[in-house]
Design a protein around this ligand. Structure first.
Ligand code: NAI
Length: 335
């Protein structure tokens, strides 16, 4: 194992926690991080000049234009510090000879447990109770929930995260059903039953999305799907925003077909999330409409944010950079 080739990495979309965990993981390695706060897009790609690689996150733009600009700056190595890669034009990367690696698995528990947090908060309204009690209002009106025990919980995508979510809900005493075009016998052995899409939608009291964003899953929760859902069902999305058609879901909330909605991701999140916009007028009317519902809970893409997940993300990212910069085999390489 040679650490000889220095790997200078421009890190885009840096947050305080990225700096801490990546710096720690790169100790005694050939990887040197240069931390940048801006998001990677055509206007900011110039900031990477002088680097040999870049490190990007979920909302950094890695389309053909950006990849071409990186290549022209002599950068042919991209390390994603996330699992999803829907923001990368892999075909363009391949054509340009830009190598891309990701962190396929870190802590599935982190995201699954956050999805459970959304379920529990929406159901028992602890966020509202917290505010009321602080203001000395001890009335319980409007705080009624339902027993999770005995409900049917539907998991879309029984991969690493979906199956952990299913197992946790089984622990609550739920019947867990799933929809996935690639059923896994191991998941069936856990007692999770795969159902066809229509039956899945109509039987689930709680639906949680854990599939990747692909052309097939884009807007898979559309008006038709909402119409098939059990009246009053809870919908949770910790996967990628564009898996749901937000307009259809807003209509579903207005009609009561959707009883509550928990989001950790949003289709246009790159304009909002990971920034302090508390002094600004938010221009996204769809997002603002979502915020008006008392039965909608939104978190800003924090499913991954546990110490254990951050350590694993940083360790794997440094390892990917080390392997690729030394022309060693990298198991997490996408192209
Ligand atoms: P995975 O690759 O282990 O599992 C994905 C599952 O989705 C697979 O079982 C696959 O067969 C299934 N799937 C594929 N196409 C489908 C379709 N059309 N309908 C239903 N299921 C389908 O992925 P993993 O690690 O479980 O992550 C899932 C997603 O969670 C990621 O793609 C990412 O978008 C999201 N994520 C969100 C995070 C957050 O912080 N909120 C952090 C990490 C991941």
């Amino acid at each position: 194992m040679s650490d000889s080739r220095e790997c200078r990495v421009a890190v885009f979309s840096t947050q305080k926690y990225d700096r801490i965990f990546l710096t720690q993981a790169a100790t005694d390695s050939n990887v040197q991080f240069h931390f940048l706060e801006p998001r990677l897009e055509p206007d900011t790609v110039v900031l990477a000049q002088g680097a040999t690689a870049i490190c990007a996150f979920v909302n950094d733009r890695l389309d053909a234009e950006v990849l071409q600009a990186l290549k022209e700056s002599g950068i042919d190595l991209v390390a994603l510090r996330c699992a999803g890669f829907n923001n990368v034009d892999l075909k363009a990367a391949e054509d340009l000879g830009v190598r891309v690696a990701r962190v396929p698995a870190y802590s599935p528990n982190a995201v699954a447990e956050h999805a459970v947090a959304l379920v529990m908060t929406l159901n028992r309204k602890t966020h509202r109770a917290f505010n009321r009690v602080r203001e000395g209002n001890f009335l319980l009106d409007g705080l009624m929930g339902f027993d999770i025990n005995g409900r049917t919980v539907g998991v879309v995508g029984t991969g690493r995260i979906g199956r952990v979510f299913g197992r946790i809900l089984q622990g609550f005493g739920c019947r867990v059903v799933a929809f996935d075009p690639y059923p896994d016998p191991e998941v069936e052995e856990m007692g999770i039953e795969y159902l066809p899409w229509e039956a899945f939608l109509s039987q689930s009291d709680i639906i949680s999305l854990h599939c990747p964003l692909t052309p097939e899953t884009h807007a898979m929760i559309d008006a038709t799907a909402v119409g098939l859902m059990k009246p009053g069902a809870m919908l949770i999305n910790t996967s990628r925003g564009a898996i749901i058609d937000t307009h259809a879901v807003i209509d579903g909330l207005k009609s009561g077909r959707i009883g509550s909605l928990g989001l950790d991701v949003y289709e246009q999140e790159e304009n909002l999330f990971f920034k302090d916009l508390s002094e600004e007028v938010i221009q996204d009317d769809v997002f603002q409409r979502l915020q008006t519902f008392p039965n909608v809970l939104i978190t800003g893409h924090q499913g991954f944010l546990t110490r254990q997940a951050m350590e694993e993300i940083a360790r794997t990212t440094v390892d990917n950079l080390r392997c690729l910069s030394n022309d060693e085999r990298c198991f997490n390489r996408l192209v």
